[in-house]
Ligand binder design. Sequence first.
Ligand SMILES: [Zn+2]
Length: 261
Amino acid sequence: MSQSAVATSSCSTVTELVRRIDEFHRSYNPLHHVLLHPLGTDGWSLAMKQELAVTARQYYAFHLRYRPGHFNILPRGRRLFQQLLVDAEVKVEADRLNYIRIPHPPGRCEACCTCCAAASSAIMHTIEWQKRGLPHAHIVVWMVPDDKPRPDQIDDCVVAELPDPAEDPELHDLVRSKMVHGPCGGLNPRSACMSDGACTKKFPRNFQRETVVPERGGGYPLYRRRAPEDGGFTTEPRGRPADRDRPRLDSRWVAPYSGSY
Ligand SMILES: [Zn+2]
């Protein structure tokens, strides 16, 4: 991917001189994503990092977060929103690469490396740009034993249950329409995910009262998926109301998602 092809914008001044705006300029977002910034609000900039210690990742994490009751125009931008996310990813990566490229005082560098080493021993990631949908990352982090996340910390970032439709109906509808697998198996043996009579994605999963990290199993946690009798929720299958052939779906069919969004 050509960074410069994505993360530059240009504008003409009254003197007809064309000025190039790079991705670290505060006016990049309002100039390049005009419809998503109708008031011309400044975007993230290097000055924001230097004066307020806010990184590009922190800036976008704050502005993209879903907050009940708060109107946020960005996620409603459809394909414009996807373009904004691509630009945001470029800025985050460029910000990190700049940190590595630009020399820092020895003390600060050492402190940073020590801090990183205390949390993880190795990180590997790849970002896939597929033909449709959003770019997404596959990330593997090797944690040092004392810093491995506890089940309650996992629950803070990964959810694999249907949300309470009364408490958060918007999230419930999103999970129902985007994160429910199938149904497959006995309910739909001809589903595309079926092979040799079983779901290749291992759905439906088992009910799980609490999130646990088994000693064996390659470090994969078993996420909490509560049964209805334990407080879990159910939802209508997609396409038509539930009936004898297509019963209501429970959390065994939910793919893990970020519950904080
Ligand atoms: Zn399946």
